[in-house]
Design a binder for this molecule. Sequence first.
Ligand SMILES: Nc1nc2c(ncn2[C@@H]2O[C@H](COP(=O)(O)OP(=O)(O)O)[C@@H](O)[C@H]2O)c(=O)[nH]1
Ligand SMILES: [Mg+2]
Length: 329
Amino acid sequence: MFEEIVEGFVKGEKRALSKAISFVERFPDKAHLLISEISKKTGRNLISEDIYILGITGPPGIGKSTLVSQLLKRIKGGVILCDPSSVKVEGGAILGDRIRIHIESSSSEENGGKNGVFIRSIGTRGEKGGISVNTNDIINLYILFGFKNIIIETAGTGQTETEISKIADTVILVLSPESGDEIQFMKSGILEIADIIVLNKADRPMADRIYNEIRIALDTAHMVMSGIGKDIKWKPPIIKTIAKDGVGIDELMLAIEQHKDFLKNSNYILEKRKERVERDFVSGLTKKIFEVLENLQIYRKVRNEVLEGKKDPYSAIEEVYKFISQKMS
Ligand SMILES: Nc1nc2c(ncn2[C@@H]2O[C@H](COP(=O)(O)OP(=O)(O)O)[C@@H](O)[C@H]2O)c(=O)[nH]1
Ligand SMILES: [Mg+2]
């Protein structure tokens, strides 16, 4: 069933990669079947230390996509754009991002670029904030395809930012001179989210004032964390950029390299890789087990009794659990 996709994938055809992504998006419950086939054929290691995942987060309109397109002039790899606005605005938002990145990046070409860059926009289906359910599958497909760098752009709400820091090795938090409120809101949380802070739209008035506010927020966060005994070894740099004009991108690249070195030296990348693969494994398996459960007569019977108010959910749990453990022992 997957032969054509798998064959093309192994040959390094971007059309096959594109088809594989469409498949996992359309049939999430069968995604593991396709990915396992591909994984067997390519033999690539999902927990390799050579892989680097960069997350870019921040409010909509702050310049994330513009930054990504600038970075793509210097980094090659697979890009995932999680755009929550694409849920509401039919087609338009996705297209907008694609076109902007397409035009501004000299090296990118959607679906079939020859320069080692591949960009995919995905809707988020209203999931928590900016990260789609399929993000991990797509990351794994990129890794299996052979990309060493993966960039994920996600529009930030508080929750998404924590999500992205679980997935990405380096998280860039993008702010702008208009972000005063956000900085107040985040305060000490800022250190838990951001490895690098970008102050984009530095061409706008008040950029210096906001720069200082971020500096103070970071210092305070640092003091608070040290105060509660947390040993903070990495202090996020603040990089001023004008993404639309390519200003500050070299400095940003330097900060990215420095953070990468920091991670490598502290053995952190491998740990993160393992955690990600474990999460995939456990959540995938849980879903499968639940499918089995839903087909059990006792589950459906007990569930109905709970819904009809005939049984309390706590004893219902015990009843189903006992049934299953007896069957399995
Ligand atoms: N003034 C100014 N505008 C920028 C800058 N970077 C991006 N923009 C503009 O901000 C708007 C939103 O950019 P976009 O990259 O789509 O933001 P995203 O929603 O965070 O991905 C676009 O019109 C960009 O041209 C900048 O450094 N300065
Ligand atoms: Mg964008």
